[in-house]
Write a protein that binds this ligand. Sequence first.
Ligand code: DX5
Ligand code: ZN
Length: 228
Amino acid sequence: MSRDPIRIAPSILSADFANFGAEIRAIEAQGADWVHVDVMDNHFVPNLTFGPQLCRAIRPHIKTVMDVHLMIAPVDASLQAYAEAGADIITAHYEAGPHIHRTLQAIRGLGRRAGLALNPGTPASVAGPLIDSVDLICVMTVNPGFGGQKFIDMTERIRSLKALIGDRPVLIEVDGGVTPETAPLVAAAGADVLVAGSAVFSGGSVDDPSVYGRNITAIRAAAEGAQR
Ligand code: DX5
Ligand code: ZN
């Protein structure tokens, strides 16, 4: 069975924070399919990044897809701000509050695609009652909060979710520790979107962006070689 091409979504968590506009233009010119934006609140996760104003500021530089990963709690009161900032996809964590169904409905109600993120310690089965309320499931392959962490093998989870999704138009995104070494594992299991921070940005810069291109190509080639 042929599969859609793998999408590579570099996380700007690993970009130069003093130069987001140029970094985004560079990764898109070098083949990025989406731009992954990691929003952290120093509460749900032990790290602090940026908020809706930064998202709004970088939006004009993004020509592809703005994929906003909210690692914040509570989340509902902030959804409108990220929608108005221009997010195409807004992903919220199952673990971030008691009313994830309401959260996903609210994201769709704002006209955005709704993503559900699952931490490594959360069973895949929680996605069952939510499957018709999501456009994307983000399988965390690290505990969220930092870039550059070691990959946690969640391939069985990806296979379970793939079976649950069936022929629904729901994408599986994998986030954390994705490299040319780990990408084949998740691609073979059924991942559609690979988030990669350190593996895309390491060794490159806006003055030497071809390194980003080589890094993206290496991840994509490794993944596509393993797709069923
Ligand atoms: C982790 C973030 C990831 C992370 C990926 O909390 O959600 O997007 O930045 O970074 P790498 O690819 O370096 O693991
Ligand atoms: Zn992320």
